[in-house]
Design a protein around this ligand. Sequence first.
Ligand SMILES: Nc1ncnc2c1ncn2[C@@H]1O[C@H](COP(=O)(O)OP(=O)(O)OP(=O)(O)O)[C@@H](O)[C@H]1O
Length: 695
Amino acid sequence: MSDGGRPSNGIPSVYGVILRCLEGLSSYDFQTFKSFLCDNNLEKPMRFWRLEKANPVKTAKLLISHYGETKAVPAMCRALRQSSLYGPVEELEEKFKKIQAALLERLEACRERYMKSMRSKYLKMKEKNSNFQRFDLEKRYTKLLLVDKQPKKTEKKKLLTHTGSVHLETMRRLSSGETSTTIEDLFTQNGEEHRIVVLEGPAGIGKTMTINKIMLDWASGKLYQDKFNYLFCITSHEVNRITCEMTLAEFIADTFLQECTSDKVEVILNHSEKVLFLVDGLDEFDQAFMTLQRGSSQEFTKESFLNCLLTKPLLSESSLIVTTRPFMLEKLSGYLEVPRYVEIMGLEDREEYFRNFFDNEEQAQDVLGLIKENETLFTLCAVPMTCWIICTVFKHQTKEGLDVQKYNTTTSIYTLYLKSLVKHQGKDLKSDISCHVKRLSALAKEGVWNQKVMFMEVDLKRHGLVKSSDSLFLNENVFQRDIEEYTCYSFFHLSVQEFFAALYYLLHEETNDNQKVVHCKSQVRTLLEKSEKRPHLASTIRFLFGLSKEKQIKEIENIISCKIPSRPQSALENWMKEKQHEPHHRTLMWLYETQDKVFVKRVMSRLPELKIEGLYFCFEESEKKLVDRSLSYCLVKSKTIHKINFYDHTMNPETFDTLSAGLPKCLKLNFEKCWFPNGDISRLCKLGGKLKELR
Ligand SMILES: Nc1ncnc2c1ncn2[C@@H]1O[C@H](COP(=O)(O)OP(=O)(O)OP(=O)(O)O)[C@@H](O)[C@H]1O
């Protein structure tokens, strides 16, 4: 409550208006009015014993503390009407309208300041490999290919249960460019309006960058101007800061609009159809927070925040964009009512990324020319994170110093990145780089296991790491809490953290009760077993496969100048032996990641019959190419004759190009519910080789 009824900054206070009205009532009307405030038919009735002896001043105060400034007058008007006091209602409503209008005007100024602050926050983003440099988001942002995805079950069910034209049409829609969309059109699809959009895609594909770009374009007045008055971007960081039960208005006032009281934020939320929430990195939230409970509570804790926001008791009309890696989609579908699913497929134009990254066109062309010499590497560059690593490495290295043919896998690219970081490390750390990397890997592993991406200084200390200002490996993030600033540390990207977490299994030995060194096998085993219930561990496992080849281990040894004690390969192989892992996509991708011919040959000899299932990938369309490439690679390296059962797999010309080296080595190919665009199976017939059976 701001004052005793005096106007503040020219706007009369709600308290003042209520008090004037109450003072104007006769004593009889005042008592009647109070009794109606306690009517149980009213929403949120007041307690009679509290009001019974209250004079107008006390009643005005009680009204505001009970209903809050925005809802006190409407509640009062309802009670006045029930008391048939229509004259005072009209006057009160009139005055309240004026207060609201004046408030909105003042809020407009606050909105403009919020937009300005968001513009400066997102315009110059901090470069991840430097504590000081910033990059211009406007210049760096490269258009991404966004494709409409149908919710897994309904669309796939349609495919499986329909034949003829419906099947064809669904397939066409799933595989044709017609389903692509843009940031501008995220909320409209074929004339249909959406309020909830799920943006999905694998690590490093550009989900966060898309959210950042949306924030920047909105704050610069270029996007969603008529649609939304406010955009609030929420990550696990904001939610982890919630320390007590609070309302959404309190949360927003605390987190985004510090200059507004929660009452003013209530006014904004009263027009929730003009508010867009962006929840970035749902997969990075603590999974314990994702327990589905439909409730009507207006207040939430850190644990129930997501539940309240996603199941919408908080706001019925607001819009929502959620970004996540694919593994969370199944869980998410239980929460959201009819969302639109959009998958980020990667960069629309890889060459444009290079031009945007380098200030110098000549340097961009130089690097591009080199990258194009390695077709696989150029393909991997569809993932912006890969482009970023390549460009960052090249910025500090002459092109003569790099043999691009070596970089065929994600692990090899991240190893290159590690090499470049070590090279640019300060002298102090360089002398003990192995110890530093070891400690970082322990921090990364702890984070990956607990789904934690932000670390406090105590976390660093626990692992023997000092403040990161002297380290190029961690980002320093300064946040504001009330009037104090505090610092958190993070790896440059979650995928980098996952790479370091995989390194942990190479660099750390454990001792048993007899103080004997235990092979890393048991730790690797625990990771693999846990991953069956915790899909977010999948990237770490893929890196571990990538790091398991002897040559790769030697490369890491050279980079960090120390002997690596552990070899994870036998633990990985045993696990593959024991588990079926059908369909075989994961196995093939793991094998491809190793680039270890002997290992691949051995594992493939145990897999004479392979099952490739498209359905498995309906949320991970962008990984289909990698599966095809992995299959072809494994077939080429294998000395066994294989039978392959393709199920629900799209066999477009590109697939054939990728598989052309491997397929002729098969004895039998079986296609079930597969899609051959234009009905063209001529390329299949030309395969020749050992092929005896084609069904
Ligand atoms: N559209 C883009 N234009 C330019 N660079 C991009 C773009 N998208 C992503 N990048 C680069 O790739 C990096 C990783 O992108 P981003 O953090 O958005 O991935 P993500 O999909 O959110 O990954 P994760 O699921 O692991 O959080 C960014 O830091 C940026 O350098």
